[in-house]
Design a protein around this ligand. Structure first.
Ligand SMILES: [Zn+2]
Length: 410
């Protein structure tokens, strides 16, 4: 077997495959381990593979060879060269467009792998909590696999983010203050709920289910492949719980370890100034991320009170940075990405592009660098946010002169 077990990232204790939650000995985050000596992944074999989904990299995922994957065609998203944004942002920007996944966000990668793994573990029903994107993914992949799905939504997330999982047939509840308190409070709630419902806990955060990190590594693999087997100079990732950044860092390190690339990128985590636990910890030089009281950003996907300590560690290892941007800068970036590059993303995703001028100013990236911004989710997820910067469409009669006059005023 290639996936051999889990190892605590803090005390290095090892645990059997399938273990959930934190290290029982030291409360450290568990990491899914592989026997890399048994993985033979060549450029040639990958280049000849017709599978464009995350399952293209099956040897680097936890599921056994015999297990049937639950797939809706996740992964294989484009990496756009953003020449018009590059002209105004001061460095070479590329956009990894994760809105192209089946439910419109990067979470489909994580959930395709985690649901397939859960079924291999005998799961018959799933439970999770989410500010929106993970809920849609869990609901869609549950539908595909024929599993019952129980979800708690954050009451503050946009209405479409409650609608989408419900359309897929999930049993969902909007919960007030779902993400207030400490990560331990949430973990306790989900642990008890999963026991009471006899459901597998597929909450999308390494602190609760380490397997939900694995599918997201494939973003890094795809970036390296698209850049003709090289890593960019920096990868800018919106950060809520922090798994996406950590997973990508793991993916780049695996690619380097297997000799498929020859350098690692700087990892940059971005949050809103209104929900910035990671950035506060980064600035203070702390080893741990303390929760904040009341996150209030418009960027629902990263409007979190806490981020995992693993994110801080990955950023430091990569010699990257954590950056905060204002909600106004996020909305301006959303408008610019759409109107200059033809890609409409939700506010959380736009935060990555909003951070680029700050990275150039502070010298974290230079004008010749290649900077990949990971655009995590579709703009269709949060139409209310886009209305804040978009003019109302005028109504006119079906009259050529009136139509011409109206266009000339715009
Ligand atoms: Zn430990």
């Amino acid at each position: 077997m290639v996936h051999i077990g889990l190892r605590c990232t803090k005390c290095k204790a090892t645990y059997p495959k399938g273990t959930l939650y934190l290290c029982p000995k030291c409360q450290g985050i568990l990491d899914v381990e592989y026997n890399y000596d048994k993985i033979v992944l060549s450029r040639k074999a990958l280049e000849q593979s017709l599978d464009r989904t995350v399952w293209r990299y099956r040897d680097l995922l936890p599921c056994s060879k015999e297990a049937k994957e639950v797939s809706l065609g996740e992964g294989g998203t484009p990496l756009h060269k953003a020449s018009r944004l590059t002209a105004i942002l001061g460095t070479n920007v590329m956009l990894k467009d994760e809105s192209r996944n089946p439910t419109g966000s990067f979470k489909d990668r994580a959930i395709s792998v985690a649901v397939s793994w859960a079924i291999e573990q005998g799961a018959k029903r799933l439970v999770s909590a989410s500010s929106g994107n993970a809920a849609a993914s869990v609901a869609a992949y549950s539908a595909k696999a024929g599993l019952d799905c129980y979800l708690l939504f954050d009451s503050k997330s946009p209405p479409t983010k409650h609608l989408q999982p419900t359309v897929y047939g999930a049993k969902g509840l909007s919960v007030k203050n779902l993400f207030t308190g400490t990560p331990q409070d949430l973990s306790e709630l989900l642990y008890t709920l999963s026991n009471r419902l006899d459901a597998y806990n597929i909450f999308c955060w390494a602190l609760i289910n380490p397997y939900t990190l694995e599918g997201n590594k494939t973003i890094a693999y795809e970036i390296c492949e698209a850049l003709n087997w090289s890593a960019p100079d920096a990868v800018v990732v919106p950060v809520g719980g922090g798994d996406n950044l950590v997973a990508e860092w793991k993916g780049f390190k695996e690619m380097l370890g297997m000799g498929l690339i020859d350098k690692l990128p700087k990892m940059v985590g971005v949050q809103s100034t209104k929900a910035d636990p990671l950035v506060k910890a980064w600035k203070s030089g702390s080893e741990t991320v303390a929760p904040i009281e009341t996150p209030s950003s418009i960027a629902s996907g990263i409007n979190v009170p806490y981020t995992g300590d693993h994110t801080l560690k990955a950023i430091r290892e990569s010699k990257g940075a954590a950056v905060a941007v204002d909600d106004e800068e996020i909305l301006l970036a959303e408008k610019e990405i759409a109107s200059l590059e033809g890609v409409w993303v939700e506010p959380s995703s736009a935060s990555a592009v909003a951070a680029v001028p700050k990275l150039v100013e502070s010298g974290i990236v230079s004008k010749d660098d290649v900077v990949v911004c990971v655009l995590t989710g579709s703009g269709l997820k949060d139409t209310d946010a886009a209305r804040k910067f978009t003019p109302t469409v005028q109504k006119v009669n079906r009259d050529l002169e009136e139509i011409m006059r109206a266009f000339k005023r715009m």
